[in-house]
Design a protein around this ligand. Structure first.
Ligand code: TZP
Ligand code: MG
Length: 210
């Protein structure tokens, strides 16, 4: 996949938002995020028809900005909606079981060690997510922070394979994540909780880093 797509990769679910989720997404799209993942999880998350309706609204909005719309975990919904991509963790449906069905779609996998990285590439992932790099409050079952040295090691192992860093990434530390080998930064709270999404996204974007 085109690594530029991973530049500023916004992840969101209604549970993460303090204000209207669709308004948050629209502001982020306007500000120039390069990828979006719907991750509708946690206490109070939408389910059933409301979930599908929200997903469709997000997808429509992403389409109007020509930004890839990626669904977390839910392969069934991603295929039903013809989303641009699917992101799965190690405990989700194995990539090898749906890679064929998801032909042409962007498939991302979360990896936490060298073995998972190797497997993801072998099974046909288009990118991997590595993290949590720093401490995060957005994922209750997150593993301990992996840190920048781990990211550098994964970059060495993966050659030029597309990598996005995730977990506790902020406007301040995003450039360190990039210089340790990530093609882009994946964030939830820094955008969802921002008082000025336009400024936040600008600060996260690669071309604005000095
Ligand atoms: N996977 C690893 S850390 C994380 C996920 C989904 C949460 C990232 O959220 P934040 O708020 O950017 O730390
Ligand atoms: Mg998952």
């Amino acid at each position: 996949m085109d690594c530029n797509r991973l530049n500023v990769y916004f992840i969101m679910g209604t549970v993460n938002c303090k204000k209207d989720p669709l308004k948050t997404l629209e502001e982020a799209l306007q500000a120039g995020i390069t990828c979006f993942q719907l991750r509708e999880k946690g206490e109070g998350a939408l389910i059933g028809a409301a979930y599908e309706e929200f997903a469709r609204a997000c997808q429509k909005m992403c389409q109007s900005y020509q930004v890839p719309f990626i669904v977390n975990d839910d392969v069934e919904l991603a295929l039903k909606l013809n989303a641009d991509g699917i992101h799965v963790g190690q405990e989700d449906l194995a990539l090898s079981t749906f890679r064929e069905q998801a032909k042409g779609k962007i498939v991302g996998v979360s990896v936490h060690n060298s073995r998972e990285m190797k497997q993801a590439i072998l099974n046909g992932a288009d990118y991997v997510g590595i993290g949590p790099i720093y401490r995060t409050k957005s994922k209750t079952d997150a593993k301990p922070p992996a840190g920048l040295p781990f990211l550098s090691a994964m970059r060495k192992q993966a050659g030029n394979f597309p990598i996005v860093g995730i977990g506790g990434i902020t406007e301040e530390n995003a450039s360190a994540v990039r210089s340790s080998g990530a093609d882009g930064v994946s964030v939830i709270s820094v955008i969802c909780h921002s008082k000025d999404i336009k400024q936040t996204v600008e600060n996260l974007l690669l071309e604005n880093i000095n």
